[in-house]
Design a protein around this ligand. Structure first.
Ligand SMILES: [Zn+2]
Length: 55
């Protein structure tokens, strides 16, 4: 597992979150338009299958 910085909705009833790298300045919740909180999340590492085989 790897730790990823995310922005999480402050509303406990709302499960929305976005990766910080995809967030915009002043990011608001995509679901309830509420304020978001910077936090961390444990996520499985991204598996990159893209392996460019150059010929
Ligand atoms: Zn929300």
């Amino acid at each position: 597992m790897s730790i990823v910085k995310i922005l999480k909705c402050k509303n406990n009833e709302c499960k929305a979150w976005v990766r910080e790298e995809f967030a915009t300045p002043g990011q608001t919740c995509p679901m309830c338009s509420g304020p978001m909180l910077r936090t961390m999340k444990h996520l499985p590492p991204l598996v990159k299958k893209v392996k460019s085989t150059s010929r």
